[in-house]
Design a binder for this molecule. Sequence first.
Ligand code: SAM
Length: 277
Amino acid sequence: MAGMLYLVPTPIGNLGDISIRCRQTLESVDFIAAEDTRVTLKLLNHLGIKKSLVSYYEHNKAFKGNVILDRILAGETCALVSDAGSPAISDPGEELVVLCAQHGITVCAIPGPCAVITALSISGQATGRFCFEGFLSTAKKSRREHLESLIGETRTMIFYEAPHKLLNTLEDMADTFGADRPISLCRELTKLHEEVVRTTLGEAIAKYTENPPKGEFVLVVAGAPVQEKVQPTADDAAKRVAQLMESGISRKDAIKQTAKELDLPKNVVYDAALTVE
Ligand code: SAM
């Protein structure tokens, strides 16, 4: 009988955040697949757990994924961990989940530390609707394209960012979304120097130009303000019909086009157009 894959989240700073269930799973599985075995070994030593480790990271995942799969198919259970936080979220794991699912292997995700959710909760930005955008590309062109694709985004947007790229990213964001767009910069979450700076893009640029950023950041950016839809009136419809007729369009077509443009029922536009000569 095939084994199982467990996705085990690990602390993003505070070792106390490892859950009882995560600990029990790390103790009970046959082996652990880790992004960096040295990092995971430190955690296991802290927990007093001895377990066989295999490495599974960005540059060996194609090959190692199949090795892990074969072991699970042969009946072993595996816990996948990344250096910190939830595996498969901007971390290796996504492909292993797909591979296991394709082979009918049960995948069990244990809930736990995740930088994106921790940051959103503490950000003070709207939490009802949000989108996670991961890391922006290091290449200026694709970073810009990514940001431009979010110009009309009204949901709260969340990004992971490294400190050395923070200023460039904030400048690109200010150019794209406007310097007055609210942002919460969530730094060193769950660690001794945890800090949440709730400000605007323009002010964040000023702050971090003066004091170069240090530590790990999650950027929680307010979405674009929702534009109130103004309901067109019969007068608007009459004016538009008149405009179209002046340009040579027949009354019938002008009514049809106006109804479509203003998203009004045709009979409403028809009645409004009775006043148009
Ligand atoms: N899978 C992990 C998760 O979802 O928590 C994220 C891994 S990703 C490679 C690392 C990024 O997560 C960092 O560059 C930073 O943006 C964010 N991050 C991780 N730990 C953090 C912390 N303690 N405080 C702020 N951001 C953190």
